[in-house]
Every structure is written in C-alpha cells, then in structure tokens.
Design a protein around this ligand. Sequence first.
Ligand code: NAD
Length: 407
Amino acid sequence: MSVFENAKQNLEKASKYMNLSDGEKELLLNHKIIHKARLNVNGKGYDAWRIIHNDALGPGKGGIRFHPNVSEDEVKSLSFWMSLKNSLAGIPYGGAKGGVKVNPKDLSKEEIEEVSRAYVRAFHRYIGQDKDIPAPDVYTNPQVMAWMLDEYERIKGRHEPGMITGKPVELGGCEIRGYATSKGGKIILNFFLDKIDEKREGTRVVIQGFGNAGMNIAKMLFEDGYKIIAVSDSKGGIMNLDGLDIKEVIKIKEEKKSVTQYSKGKRVTNKELLELDTDVLVLAALENQITKENADNIKAKYILELANGPITYEADEILNNKNIKVIPDILANSGGVIVSYCEWVQNRTGQIFSKEYMENILKEKLERSFNKTYNLYKERNVSLRMAAYMIAMERILKAEKSRGNLD
Ligand code: NAD
C-alpha cells in the first residue's frame, strides 16, 4: 500500500469518530496544489515536488527532503501530516512539503548547492513568506536553506528572510531551531510520563535514526538521566544494556560517519533494534518502519514518533491492541515547526527574540496541544493519535467553514 493510502486510513478513522460529512472528508483527503519539476544539474536530471495539502489556516509550511526514495506519494503524505501538525500546534499555517529524488551522499558539496538553487528556480513562483514557507527535512540542513534563500532573493531582487526557516543564525535563523524538534519531543515525552506517573531516571530508551532529530534527543535524554541502550543510523545499530555513553557515540558518529563504529557495544541490525526490550522506543528515521510484519514483535511500552509516519495503519492497530502507547508524530515532532514559526515572526517583524523567549513559546504551545490531546484521549477512550487527529482536523474544517468553503 502507498504511504498516502496508509496515511488516509487514519483520517478515515478519525472522520468516523467526528461524524464528518462526505464534503468535509473529501476536503481533507485532497491536496490543494501539486507542483512537479525536473531539475537539471550538470547533465543529470532529478524529479522534484512542492505540494500544499491545505492552506485554510495560513500559508503552506513544511520541509524539503533530499532522499533517493522521495516520490510524489511520499511528499503528499508528508504535506498532509504537516497540515495536521500545524493545526494541532495552533500556529497560523497550512501544510506543505517538498522533496527531491536525489541521494546527496553521491553528490559533491557544489552539486548539492546546485540542486538546492535549481529547486528554487523551479518553484520560486509558488513559495514565499505569505505563500508557502519551506524548512529542512531529511538530508537537508541550514546550509541548504541558506543557498535556497540566496537564490530566491536574487530572483526577486529583494530581501525576504521569512520565505524559508531553519536558516543559519546570521541569515535570520534562530539558535534553537537546530535542536527544537528533539527538545519538543523530550518535553512531550516528559509530559506523558508525568501523566502516567512513570519515572525518568534509568528509563530505558532505544532510538532509531541518529540525524538531527535522533541525535539531539539522544543527547537530551542522556543528560536527563534516561538510559539509552541502543541507537542506529542507516548503516545499522549499536546496543549496550548498561547504557551507551551518548557523548562518545556522537563523537564517533561525527568522526566516522556512523554509530556502528562505536566499539563499546554490540552491533545490531535496524530490524533487531526495533524489537529490543525497552521502556521507550524513539522512531527518528523514516516512514513505514513498524509494519504488520514486525508490530507483533515490538516490546517497547511507549513509542515516541519523532519521524513522520514511521508506523503503518495496520501496525498501529496491532500496537493499540497490545496496549503499547504511541505518542503520534503530529504532536511529538511539532517542536521544530513551532520554533520555525518564531523564526518567521522574527524575520517579518524585524524583532530579535531571545533564546529563553522562544523556548517559553515552545513549551507553552506544546503544553497546550499535549493537554488537549491527552484530555480528549481520556474522554473519548481513543488512541493518542486519534485524539490528536480529531483536534487538528476540527480546526482546519472550522477555517474552511469561515472562508465559506464548506456548509
Ligand atoms: P536527518 O537527515 O538529519 O537524519 C536522518 C537519520 O536517519 C540519519 O541518521 C540516517 O542515517 C537515519 N536513517 C536513514 N534511513 C534509516 C534506516 N532505514 N534505519 C535507521 N536509520 C536510518 O533527518 P532528521 O531531520 O533527523 O529527520 C528524521 C525524521 O524526523 C524524518 O521523518 C523527518 O521528517 C522527521 N522530522 C524532522 C524534523 C526536523 O526538524 N529535523 C522535524 C519534524 C520531523
């Protein structure tokens, strides 16, 4: 089943709980704008997309992914999840996403710059601070955002830093954006464990994915006294039941490019890592990691979805039946876009916010969305994912109704 077909099933399920009309469901199931281009760089061609799922709440907002498996179906799913995430977070954005089907690991730095600039040349008419605002995602980073901003401003002949977020600080980015997704994930995990009276100290954690999201949360949870027993990247994983020294693992990852080079642990495959006996499993890599094939073997008590869509619909049902609590992506990884919102406000108003101010906004917004989700989860006796979907969908539909797009 395609990623989007899979994603749609959660929407269909939430629609039933909400008694949505066919018109309301149709509106949420369909994307507003799909742009596709072929980027030509140094004699090679790459497929690229920018898709807005819904823009009733404000301009589109969502990252750009560079990955060899990017497809229209994947970008459709990611933009749909962005609509829900932005709505749940209570920020004035619709949902969008972009991607280029490219393996940046095969390219030189100069070629990555060329792909980034070619992306903006292809889509500059459709992006902008009041239209659609990109940000980093898998295998893109502040440097890529800087090249994109520069190309955009050259084409438009004016400065417009609010057209993209996740920029380097000197171009109007904010210091905390780099770790905001992970910080948000940690805050949400702590809220959840506090609600169910679980301690943090010594709580075992397994983390799949060791990039921006996975590595930063590993560092934060390690510093807070959680016991990180296994981590992985695309090359495989490493495990130590006595706990990994995450600071050393980060050093090895930076020096040797993979956590698998860390010597004080046992090598595990990504498949084995997902099935380890642990309290918390953090998914911080890609979609479709837990499927109906491995869901029965999952032993974690709680799963934090820092990645977007890492659990398929069928697997989610199996985990629910096993009473494994899943903290859903649209809540767990919303810290990044909340701080992107601060960056955008800063760029548009010319103000400069302090780190403390932005961290407060992050915590306040997460507390509000967590409490709303948790209360509805208890009240309706549904999964946390269904509660989060219902809150997010309702806000989008209200905006569509106010605009006169729905009866
Ligand atoms: P990244 O490119 O910084 O890191 C991705 C990591 O995943 C790398 O360590 C890579 O080695 C690993 N990986 C890739 N394939 C893997 C596999 N099959 N098994 C295990 N590990 C694998 O990307 P990121 O920004 O950390 O994004 C990770 C996930 O978090 C994505 O789903 C992304 O959409 C989501 N997310 C990121 C942000 C953000 O601000 N960075 C915000 C919200 C959601």
